[in-house]
Design a protein around this ligand. Structure first.
Ligand code: NAP
Length: 508
């Protein structure tokens, strides 16, 4: 057996102090790795939940399921937690596990260059740090997408994206336009509509909506969870099981589950929208689940309130005073909310990552954003792209996904610690074979049944996982070393077993 002192301690740099970055930090520390630098470009951790503060922001994955497995939370106040509660949870976890004091706040990774066995990473503070491993934990939906609408820059009122909500704008008595009807828009419209604000909703494509009532957890329920820590865990497991067995299976091609979910959505629409004309305008012409399913128990009610108008004529242009639709109608507005979604393929960009032989990320992804097992880019050794393309996102908990990916990454790092290699990178053939594997399952999924969604890349390939959660977990259980180039460098192999764990920050 190898002696403990033969193990090397890697230097790891993590980009992003959101859910995944915190998790990676905690898991590395648990594995005895201490030389970790966690860069966060903003002054606060939390990622999505720090950035999205729009009215009504909440998670559409049940709270006990949207929780780290090692840190159950008896304090959740609702079945679907509000954004601020989730933000508080991550901040608590970061304090409890001693992550917060290690975060380099207000410091973005701007570039990283790979050189024989290590990364040289530059930051917005002009510093350079070396690392054996670089982990991108920047999340998926990070970069807001502004709609490409004529005249958008000429609007004289307030205009902001849902992920950049301007809380200095007082909405009282204002005429508010919302562009988009996705998950974010639905939450905004439901909340502002119920509050009585004057809302004009610009819908380009209707959405299927599943009613899944939220409810408060009572103080007694929370107390029971505090007394029995297994309770929240079991609740989360039951929720995961149901979502996996019904929701996930419905979208990957199981006809029975798909029929059940479709029926529930159609029933929701029929029961809650009595006006046949309005119902027709709210009825999608694509299959349930093709776009991401929306969970809401208040949207149809909000859209029928007298203070809310649904506009389904296409937007022709944005004028100084509001929005002009294709029928020539002018909609005068004081505020425009862009609920127009995100660029899901940005990942860590605009950071410029340069791999082996000077391959730039822009070249590597010029034709297609792709990765072996979502995590590895050929030519970019010792680099892990968390929640990369074809991770099993969709209506499932990204926390569970990140946990599986973190365990997988740790297995490779452990092999490095045992000096099995200094450099690990996916073989290009392995990535192509992984892509074929994905493609062969995609045909039966509902995502390719005829709709536009943010899941799709420019070739119409959804960056999703087309098989079951169980199969993904099985395939991610252990890295298949045949799929990697493993390289050793004599000078690195000779490095002492436990180098000084204090970070070396050099001036650029
Ligand atoms: P989204 O689902 O991509 O929706 C964007 C909306 O903007 C769509 O209705 C789209 O119309 C519309 N749009 C975009 N460009 C437009 C244009 N030029 N003119 C008119 N309409 C335009 O974005 P999102 O609502 O921010 O949600 C993105 C994802 O974030 C969700 O699917 C979900 O995964 C996640 N999310 C989760 C939660 C949660 O509860 N956990 C909450 C919010 C968001 P088309 O449909 O016609 O393209």
């Amino acid at each position: 057996m190898q002696k403990q002192e033969d193990f090397r301690s890697p230097r790891v740099v993590i980009i992003g102090a959101g859910m995944t970055g915190l998790l990676m930090f905690i898991k590395l520390r648990e594995a005895g790795i201490t030389d970790i630098t966690l860069f966060e470009k903003k002054s606060r951790l939390g990622g999505t939940w720090r950035d999205n503060t729009y009215p009504g922001v909440a998670c559409d994955v049940p709270a006990h399921m949207y929780t780290y497995s090692f840190e159950p939370n008896p304090e959740w106040r609702k079945r679907f937690a509000d954004g601020s509660e989730i933000q508080n949870y991550f901040e608590r976890v970061a304090c409890k596990y001693g992550v917060i004091e290690h975060i380099q706040f207000n410091e973005a990774v701007t570039e990283a260059m790979y050189e024989a066995g290590h990364w040289r990473i530059g930051t917005s503070q002009g510093r350079t740090v070396q690392a054996d491993f670089l982990v991108s934990a920047t999340g998926i939906l990070r970069v807001p997408k502004r709609p490409d609408i004529k005249g958008i820059d000429g609007f004289q009122g307030a205009m902001f994206h849902t992920a950049e909500w301007d809380h200095s704008v007082d909405l009282t008595g204002k005429r508010i336009g919302v562009i988009g009807t996705g998950s974010s828009a639905t939450q905004v419209i439901t909340t502002l509509g119920r509050q009585g604000h004057d809302l004009t909703v610009f819908q380009r494509t209707p959405q299927w909506i599943l009613s899944y009532p939220n409810r408060d957890y009572s103080e007694q329920e929370r107390e029971r969870c505090r007394r029995n820590r297994l309770r929240p865990v079991i609740t989360g497991k039951i929720q995961s099981f149901l979502i996996e067995q019904i929701g996930s299976k419905a979208v990957i091609g199981n006809p029975v589950q798909h029929a059940m979910v479709s029926m529930a959505c159609k029933w929701n629409l029929r029961m809650n929208v009595k006006d046949a004309n309005l119902r027709a305008r709210l009825t999608p012409d694509y299959k349930v689940g093709c776009k991401r399913l929306i969970l809401s128990d208040g949207y149809y009610d909000a859209i029928q309130r007298p203070n809310v108008r649904l506009i389904t004529d296409g937007i022709q242009r944005i004028t100084e005073q509001g929005v002009q639709t294709a029928n020539g109608e002018q909609h005068a507005l004081d505020v425009i909310v862009l609920a127009s979604g995100f660029d899901p393929f940005a990942y860590f960009r605009p950071a410029n990552i340069v791999g082996k032989q000077g391959v730039r990320i822009a070249e590597a992804w010029q034709d297609k954003v792709q990765a072996y097992r979502s995590l590895h880019l050929p030519d970019f050794p010792n680099f892990f792209l968390m929640l990369g393309p074809n991770s099993p996102i969709g209506n499932f908990s990204v926390i569970a996904i990140s946990e599986v990916q973190t365990d997988y990454v740790l297995q490779l790092i452990r092999l490095w610690q045992r000096r099995r290699f200094d450099e690990v990178s996916a073989k290009r053939e392995a990535m192509m074979s992984f892509n074929r594997h994905i493609k062969s399952g995609m045909g039966k999924t509902v995502w390719v049944s005829g709709c536009n969604s943010w899941y799709m890349d420019q070739y119409g390939d959804p960056a999703m996982w087309p098989y079951s959660w169980k199969q993904w977990v099985k395939e991610m259980a252990t890295p298949d070393l045949n799929d990697f180039h493993l390289v050793s460098y004599p000078e690195l192999q000779a490095r002492p077993a436990r180098p000084d764990p204090v970070r070396r920050l050099e001036s650029a």
